[in-house]
Design a protein around this ligand. Structure first.
Ligand SMILES: CC(C)(COP(=O)(O)OP(=O)(O)OC[C@H]1O[C@@H](n2cnc3c(N)ncnc32)[C@H](O)[C@@H]1OP(=O)(O)O)[C@@H](O)C(=O)NCCC(=O)NCCS
Length: 312
């Protein structure tokens, strides 16, 4: 990619990161890193090659280029610039945002929808800062859903069409492998206000209904937030419990590795941990739970919705 184009992207990001609410300190750290890359001709060539391919429409996915992938060019960029791999990963996607904005425009989708999707980068940025003290992202494998435009941020929640892999009953209907459904995700963008959640289901229904033959759409989520113990840990009026109550639980699971520990304590689980630093009701409840030798877990939940009525 020529230097002029890389500078255009740099200039775009100087305002766009503010628009998606990146803290000023993060904006500065990320722009400094980008400048270091641009100023090193070899690093710049390696870093921007996938962005150029994404811009031209030759590729839709950047996943093969993220740092942890075997032959990622970002490994060479890190050697040349010493920019942290989590910063490189978020930068890779940030540099593709001008091209994604055009893709939204070409599809006749609003700029607001594009900006809502990109606010997810801010959630991942803050999580990375809290857990690793780095302005970047440690979950770059997740971002392609935004950039290949299969996932959309619609109000409080995020949605994409998926195909079911198992059998179960929901809302009086038999669900089978291969059935198309709306998979939903819950970003860490603030409290999970239940009215906003309901509005988001409706917004998603209206957005995706033209892509379904049936009027009643199956909504599914797989999340630690549906962990059945939460009903004992949290008050009935808590947002998490209200959210749980929206779903029929079709499968509960335990996670022997406590892989979602960081989502509660902003650090990875370590069985030698002595100070949990618990402050909130949920943290205190999980500290008790884990100290008793119990594991974290989650569930797959589902409901059927026709834009007006819910069935479980
Ligand atoms: C989903 C989420 C927004 C819910 O937060 P909420 O709206 O505050 O939820 P509740 O009303 O049920 O909270 C009840 C209590 O638990 C605390 N709590 C809830 N989620 C918490 C979390 N992830 N970490 C620490 N404490 C949490 C709240 O602060 C509150 O405690 P308090 O009464 O002492 O203030 C929050 O858990 C979150 O941001 N999670 C990260 C995103 C995520 O996990 N997505 C799913 C991925 S599969």
């Amino acid at each position: 990619m020529d230097k002029k184009r890389t500078e255009d992207i740099y200039n775009y990001l100087t305002s766009f990161m503010g628009e998606i609410d990146f803290p000023l300190e993060a904006q500065k750290a990320i722009l400094d890193s980008l400048k270091t890359i641009i100023e090193n001709a070899t690093a710049s060539e390696a870093f921007f090659a996938p962005i150029e391919r994404y811009e031209s429409g030759e590729i839709d996915k950047l996943l093969p280029y993220i740092f942890k992938e075997k032959n990622s060019p970002l490994k060479r960029v890190k050697e040349l610039t010493a920019v942290h791999e989590y910063t490189l990963d978020i930068l890779l996607y940030l540099c593709a945002t001008p091209a994604l904005e055009k893709r939204y425009e070409n599809k006749g989708l609003s700029r607001e929808l594009f900006v809502s999707a990109m606010r997810d980068l801010k959630c991942k940025l803050i999580e990375c800062k809290k857990v690793y003290d780095v302005w970047g992202s440690f979950v770059a494998f997740w971002f392609d859903g935004w950039f290949d435009m299969t996932r959309y941020a619609l109000g409080r929640l995020q949605f994409e069409i998926k195909k079911m892999f198992t059998f179960f009953f929901c809302g009086g209907k038999f669900i089978y492998p291969g059935k198309r459904f709306l998979n939903l995700h819950i970003p860490s963008s603030g409290a999970l206000n239940h009215d906003e959640v309901l509005a988001s289901y409706k917004q998603a229904y209206e957005f995706f209904a033209p892509q379904f033959k049936e009027k009643e759409i199956l909504f599914v989520t797989m999340s630690w937030l549906l962990f059945k113990e939460h009903k004992k840990m949290l008050p009935a009026e808590s947002n998490v419990v209200k959210f749980m109550n929206d779903f029929k639980i079709v499968l509960n699971f335990k996670d022997p590795k406590n892989g979602d520990f960081w989502r509660v304590f902003n650090k990875n689980y370590d069985k030698k941990l002595t100070d949990f630093g618990a402050q909130t009701t949920m943290q205190k409840a999980y500290e008790k739970h884990i100290r008793k030798g119990k594991k974290m877990g989650g569930a797959i939940g589902a409901f059927i919705y026709d834009g007006e009525t819910f069935k479980k």
